[in-house]
Design a protein around this ligand. Structure first.
Ligand code: NAD
Length: 440
């Protein structure tokens, strides 16, 4: 049954271009993964769009279609990949350097991966200290560089014959930049681009170029980019969805599951110490204190938002929260994250929780890139514009409208996401009240 106010969603006609600034571990694990799935060689584990279902109507109705059949998402067969990177390696070489996937997932698709080569990047070492590469654009001003990105997008569209595009940032974490006057309005931002202002980072230029070309933009790192009034103004003006920031994968994913449990049961928290060892290129970039600062801000906000110390000062008013990332090359992409959580219960008696998560960073991030690509495209076809709060499910540091507190609890985020899909498709919202089953 269609409820009132259903949106008109344009059909997913033609091919969808996936534009990826940054073709490192996450991007190549995503691209190679999609190709393996398309050829029936592997399963898209971890992807809500590919494996998830959605309950519709009452529990007694037994309606739970696959999300990808319920919502008109682009098909994997219709995805075309493009990207930029200062390191000129094609996707095969880059995937081998990243060392995430085994040869059994690379060798059979080697020809395909070689065909995905990065376009010259807008890159400046000032923003990512521990990285360098020769595949870089030249231009007098930041505006010139951004215009070159716009040309790349137009050429990609034409050459690959894609109908629509989505851009998902999979490049490095840049140095910490505070939102300032140059980000306050589109006019100020564009002037600062022309003036080569240092607070205009490359990620902002990609986002600006994408939005100018009618392409939705999602930010996978904690970089400011679309989390600025200037680019939100542009997204509104162009009627485009934006989302961010920072893919929610290993340790923070755990945190946003455990912390709501503590709060739900009103168990107190004295301290949460999180530490990681990580040996991939991302780990090396984050070894620089300025890039780490950007990541740290993103990781630290989560607990405060979930625990609401202002409402529960006795339980959460004095939490010692620490996050460390240690670059340790032998582990490569296989991160190990330890959490020591000091909690207290009835009458204040202390207890501890220890988590040791031996995860694979890019294996957790790749399905997020896929889901964001497909949902951002859906949002665009449904006429949703500006910040897509329903996609906060995928982010460590979710964006929200000014004056709103972002939602970090994974299961509230999931409910929001599924209810948005129901809304888009004209199905009734699920409130989980459930009294109707008990004669109320
Ligand atoms: N893997 C995860 O679980 C996870 C979770 C959250 C966020 N992230 C973020 O995702 C991003 C990618 O992670 P990764 O492991 O693939 O890192 P990576 O270092 O393997 O890849 C990043 C790539 O971006 C390129 N790059 C840097 N600046 C660029 C620019 N201006 N334009 C184009 N390319 C540029 C680098 O050369 C590199 O190849 C990082 O910012 C990371 O912090 C990853």
């Amino acid at each position: 049954m269609k409820s009132e106010g259903a949106r008109t969603v344009q059909p997913a006609k033609g091919r969808l271009g996936v534009l990826l600034p940054g073709m490192g571990a996450v991007a190549t694990t995503f691209i190679a993964g999609v190709e393996n799935v398309r050829r029936g060689l592997a399963e898209p584990v971890g992807s809500l769009t590919q494996l998830g279902t959605i309950r519709l109507g009452k529990r007694t109705e037994g309606r739970a279609p696959a999300i990808r059949e319920f919502a008109p998402l682009a098909r994997l067969e219709d995805l075309e990949f493009g990207g930029w990177d200062p390191i000129p390696d094609d996707a095969l070489q880059s995937a081998r350097v990243a060392g995430v996937l085994d040869e059994r997932h690379l060798e059979p698709i080697a020809g395909f991966l070689k065909g995905v080569a990065p376009m010259p990047a807008v890159f400046d070492q000032y923003y990512v200290k521990r990285l360098d590469g020769p595949n870089v654009k030249k231009g007098k001003t930041k505006r010139d560089l951004a215009e070159q990105l716009r040309e790349d997008i137009r050429r990609f569209r034409k050459e690959r014959g894609v109908e629509r595009c989505v851009m998902v940032w999979c490049a490095s974490t840049e140095i910490f930049i505070r939102p300032g006057a140059v980000h306050a309005s589109l006019a100020a931002f564009e002037k600062a681009m022309a003036d080569n202002h240092p607070d205009i980072a490359p990620s902002m230029l990609y986002a600006w170029a994408a939005l100018q070309e009618g392409v939705p933009f999602a930010m996978g790192a904690p970089n400011l980019a679309v989390d600025t009034p200037a680019l939100q103004e542009l997204a509104q003006q162009r009627g485009l969805p934006i989302a961010g920031k920072d893919f929610k994968t290993g340790q923070t994913l755990m945190k946003t599951v455990l912390a709501p449990m503590l709060k739900a049961r009103l168990l107190g928290l004295a301290g949460w110490y999180s530490t990681n060892i990580l040996g991939n290129r991302d780990g090396e970039v984050l070894d620089d204190p300025e890039s780490f600062k950007t990541k740290e801000e993103s990781k630290l906000g989560v607990l405060e938002h979930i625990l609401q110390p202002e409402l529960y000062p006795h339980l959460y008013g004095n939490v010692f929260h620490k996050v460390r990332i240690n670059y340790y090359p032998p582990r490569r992409d296989n991160k190990e994250g330890w959490d020591n959580i000091d909690i207290f219960g009835w009458l204040g008696y202390p207890m501890q929780i220890k988590v040791d998560f031996l995860c694979r960073d890019s294996i957790l991030a790749a399905p997020i890139v896929l889901d964001l690509t497909l949902f951002m495209d859906l949002a665009h076809r449904a006429g949703l514009k500006g910040i897509q709060e329903w996609l906060s499910f995928y982010f460590k540091s979710p964006m929200a409208a000014p004056g709103l507190v972002a939602e970090n609890d994974l299961f509230i985020q999931q409910t929001k996401l599924k209810n948005t899909l129901r809304y888009l498709m004209g199905e009734e919202q699920i409130t989980h009240l459930g009294l109707e089953y008990y004669g109320a």
